[in-house]
Design a binder for this molecule. Structure first.
Ligand code: EPZ
Length: 430
């Protein structure tokens, strides 16, 4: 298994190009199941999760090609995917595939909306918590689907099609909003989704659906009104920039010190994270091409924050912020309110010398003078990258094991960081 080795203590100076958002690319690819026509997606990041989803969708009969695929993908442009689900040949998403990537469960909504039936394996738990699917099922039931659980599979049936309904989510869920939005686009009549997630990736999918012929009002708000249509068409859509990747490199620049321009980044996608970063003492300015993050020799100020659905501080940046705060000039408090077990990075940060106490959903981080490099490993994507940030701040050598987590969500991470002066390299397993 590959590892990443970092010699810490070097400032970051230069330019990093932000890739297309993984968490928009995945549901956009799934939206291709809603139409027999071709959906072209531009700026798709080259990531393990994206490639795995393409394989999963092929299983349903999707025809999938990549434009101008080269051995060395262009460093500054994502790939262009052409996805055509002319005939859905199989409405089952088997355990072997769904268990490898949770977001693939989201095929359920489009499949039952278009084909009147779907059989999708329950995704099961994962490293960051139990992550149930009850809200997805509730939404589909409201839209008229019959739902059974059979042998670990969700079986959804709507032989006469789905029909519009009012769906009020008792809790904000990104995935359940995707499921309901996609399904309602092909339902008969009007659907109103209340307390819908407002994450920018939902807006990106909604904009793409509108180009495909869907009628959606309220994009970007927590009430989405969808007037169902009988058929959606193909279109061309560009995936929005990855706000979590943006925040990760912004925190990395603040952690290592230096001056980094994040080209393609959009401030409106992560106001809360930038506010937090400014409180720590980093300077953030808009440039013609994106956003510049700068921190001189000043000490990092501690922070008190809790994760919240958008537009609040994202759970997907919690681990990275915690890594940054390990060397703050005082005690920080971070409360995780979205997932119940998203602190797997704490014990690994402690290996580097961080002083973190956990009480339930709250981490108290006492800033230390220095971190020292060590061997670490992480169990999920964002936790892994928090260790990269800590490695950049630590004295000496840090080796991060289980790099495949990083490959799921960060495109060319080592190249992007080493382009700014970091001493980081991948040690390929022999
Ligand atoms: C999406 O996951 C993201 N994944 C996650 O990013 C992100 O952390 C999460 O949203 C929150 O922002 C993708 O976009 C592919 P949720 P999702 O449904 O949709 C509970 C990453 O690192 N819930 O918004 O699965 C759930 O347990 C990943 O890129 C129910 O109770 O998250 C959690 O506590 C990790 N019942 C809360 O809602 C349900 O039916 C929010 O989860 C569904 C969710």
């Amino acid at each position: 298994m590959d590892r990443i080795s970092i010699a810490g203590g070097r400032a970051l100076n230069g330019v990093i190009q932000i890739s297309g958002a993984k968490n928009a690319a995945l549901p956009l690819m799934i939206a291709s199941l809603l139409t027999p026509d071709r959906l072209t997606l531009k700026n798709v990041p080259n990531l393990a999760d994206v490639n795995l989803l393409a394989r999963i969708l092929r299983n349903h009969g999707l025809d999938f090609t990549i434009d101008g695929k080269r051995a060395e993908p262009s460093p500054h442009m994502g790939e262009t995917f052409h996805l055509t689900a002319r005939d859905i040949v199989d409405t089952t998403a088997p355990y072997e595939l769904v268990s490898r990537m949770r977001a693939s469960f989201w095929v359920l909504g489009p499949l039952v909306a278009r084909c009147g039936q779907a059989r999708v394996s329950m995704p099961g738990g994962c490293a960051i918590g139990t992550r149930p699917v009850d809200l997805h099922l509730m939404a589909l039931k409201e839209l008229g689907a019959e739902i059974d659980i059979d042998g670990g599979y969700v079986v959804a049936r709507a032989p006469n099609g789905l029909r519009g309904a009012r769906v009020e989510f008792p809790k904000v869920s990104v995935g359940a909003t995707h499921t309901a939005l996609m399904a309602a686009s092909l339902a008969k009549g009007e659907t109103v989704l209340e307390n819908a997630a407002r994450e920018p990736e939902i807006g990106d999918v909604a904009e793409c659906l509108v180009k495909m012929g869907a009628r959606i009002d309220g994009i970007g708000t927590s009430t989405l009104r969808i007037d169902g249509v009988s058929r959606l068409e193909g279109t061309v859509h560009t995936v929005l920039p990855d706000r979590i990747e943006t925040g990760t490199y912004a925190f990395a620049a603040a952690a290592a010190g230096g001056d980094v321009e994040l080209q393609g980044a959009r401030r409106t996608l992560l106001e809360a994270a930038f506010e937090a970063l400014e409180q720590t003492g980093a300077a953030i300015t808009d440039t013609d091409k994106g956003i510049r993050v700068k921190r001189d020799g000043r000490a990092l100020e501690p922070i008190r924050i809790e994760t919240r659905p958008f537009p609040g501080f994202p759970t997907d940046l919690q681990a990275q912020l915690m890594a940054l705060m390990t060397k703050a000039n005082g005690t920080s408090v971070i409360r995780e309110t979205i997932f119940e077990n998203r602190f797997m990075h704490v014990q690994e940060l402690a290996r580097l010398g961080a002083d973190i106490q956990l009480h339930g959903d709250t981490a108290t981080i006492k800033g230390v003078k220095a971190l020292r490099g060590a061997q670490v490993m992480a169990t999920d994507l964002r936790a892994s990258v928090s260790l990269v940030i800590a490695g950049l701040m630590a004295e000496g050598q840090t080796t991060i094991n289980r790099v495949y987590h990083l490959d799921r969500g960060f495109e060319r991470l080592e190249q992007k960081l080493s382009g700014c002066g970091a001493q980081i390299e991948r040690i390929v397993a022999g």
